[in-house]
Write a protein that binds this ligand. Structure first.
Ligand SMILES: Cc1ncc(COP(=O)(O)O)c(C=O)c1O
Length: 463
């Protein structure tokens, strides 16, 4: 697949900013795009001349950056052919996958499993399983037990819901992919929070929708801008509950005043992770037409792969028709176990919430000690801090951080057009000592960037 110079320029964003020579900034940014998967393996980069023109820089800068990437194994070149993206052969597989045990992984914002709680739920699910043996096991919308449990979960939180308004999916990401394939056509506009959850960006771009970003700033959502963008959008996708990545929670007054002109998908994946108070009310209380998606991935465990859509039966019927092309349902034992967990109210476990508070405090304390220049407001819930550097160094820092024992997600992953080069997302899902160790490593990486010694410290590129 050829990637045009304009697409690469868009992904790079303001790469000119930051310390070090231009060719090094450019090769670091391109390397991160490869490691993030934003430039897929095998994709063919623009010629040096085309990219230099699109970036308003010299051909020498682009040529030197490309040569660095070739030397380190990130680009393959053949005579008279354009450079193609690859990964270094000598990169150990665990480093490629980002699972090297020596590197603390702060790129994932997902908690470890509550082992005993899960074990008990699966034991109960196995006891119930034989009831289902006489049937074929394919449930179009999910098993009745779980649809009822999800409906009750909404009801307990003040939103009357019938089980036939629920469709069970394999996680919230699957819910979003199904909705976008059902509701969107190429070139449709989709309103998104900016920044937003990165895989939502991939989902919408995969169906070739165009993104309409509306800023979520430190002060939150701008209702007037949302309404204006909603008028030209085919769909809106918002994360009002402990927004990923900022951790912000949309105030009730904004929820009440929001009536977008387009169908609106509300992602409530984080809703049960309120750390300083009660969970927010379900969004559909204020906007009855909202299409809500949810999941137990953050409140219980991502390995369950259980999520849902709450919508009208007629929309769910359309989603179901789309679904047949790719999958025929969600595994039954996981559904039964999740029904047990929801009915027992296990999505808000006091011990886990207390642990998250402790970890959030430990992370902020480590930042104050080791990276005092970083501004990191305290979120009222969710799993992440959205921190801001005084300088645009996020991608370069993410590129060298594994050399200092830590993996981070650079700010531009959460936006489009290379935005958020001053930001990083820092999850607090690890024990305090690991978080402190990770921030120490990050501080060393930042100092190395400031001194411009990254090349000396990182002779070999890493994942
Ligand atoms: C806002 C948001 N939505 C959806 C998902 C995907 O959730 P699931 O694991 O249920 O597919 C995530 C995971 O990080 C998320 O942060």
């Amino acid at each position: 697949m050829k990637v045009s110079s304009h697409v690469v320029a868009g992904m790079l964003g303001p790469w000119q900013e930051g310390p070090g020579p231009a060719h090094q900034r450019l090769s670091d940014r391109l390397r991160l795009l490869v490691l993030d998967g934003r430039l897929p393996l095998g994709s063919v980069l623009p010629s040096e001349r085309d990219l230099a023109t699109a970036l308003s820089t010299s051909r020498t800068t682009v040529g030197t950056a490309y040569r660095t990437l070739v030397e380190h194994g990130y680009l393959a070149t053949r005579a008279r052919a354009r450079a193609a993206v690859r990964l270094p052969h000598d990169m150990p597989p665990e480093r490629r996958a980002g699972t090297d045990p020596a590197i603390i992984d702060l790129s994932f914002a997902a908690p470890a499993a509550p082992g005993e709680v899960l074990h008990a739920a699966f034991a109960a699910a196995l006891e119930q399983l034989p009831r289902h043996f006489e049937r074929h096991g394919y449930d179009r919308n999910g098993t009745a037990e779980l649809r009822e449990a999800v409906a009750h979960w909404y009801e307990r939180r003040g939103l009357p819901t019938a089980p036939d308004h629920i469709l069970i999916t394999n996680g919230a990401q699957h819910a979003l992919a199904l909705l976008s394939r059902t509701l969107l056509s190429p070139r449709d506009h989709v309103l998104i929070d900016h920044p937003t959850y990165p895989h939502a960006i991939s989902t919408f771009t995969q169906v070739r929708a165009r993104l309409l970003p509306v800023a979520v700033s430190a002060s939150g959502w701008d209702t007037a801008q949302l309404h204006a963008a909603g008028r030209s959008a085919k769909l809106a996708y918002l994360i009002p509950d402990f927004h990923n990545p900022t951790g912000l929670c949309m105030p009730t007054s904004v929820r009440r005043s929001l009536g977008l002109a387009c169908p609106t998908v509300i992602d409530e994946t984080m809703t049960d992770l309120a750390l300083d108070g009660a969970s927010p009310e379900p969004f559909a209380i204020h906007m009855p037409t909202a299409i809500s998606i949810g999941s137990v991935s953050k409140s219980i465990w991502g390995g369950l792969r259980i999520g849902w859509i709450r919508a009208t039966p007629s929309l769910l019927e359309r989603v179901q028709q789309t679904r047949y092309a790719t999958d025929l349902g969600t595994p039954l034992v996981e559904q039964l176990a999740t029904a047990v967990l929801l009915n027992e109210g296990r999505t808000r476990r006091p011990g886990t919430l207390e642990q998250l508070r402790t970890q959030r405090d430990a992370l902020r304390q480590a930042l104050t000690e080791h990276l005092p220049g970083l501004h990191a407001p305290r979120p009222a819930g969710g799993l992440t801090l959205w921190a801001t550097f005084p300088r645009p160094i996020s991608s370069r820092l993410a590129a060298i951080a594994p050399d200092y024992g830590v993996n981070i997600a650079a700010g531009p992953r959460f936006g489009i057009g290379g935005a958020f080069e001053r930001n990083i997302r820092l999850p607090y899902v690890l024990p305090p000592d690991r978080l402190t160790q990770a921030i120490r490593g990050l501080a060393q990486a930042e100092q190395a960037l400031t001194r411009g010694v990254t090349g000396a410290h990182s002779p070999a590129p890493v994942a």
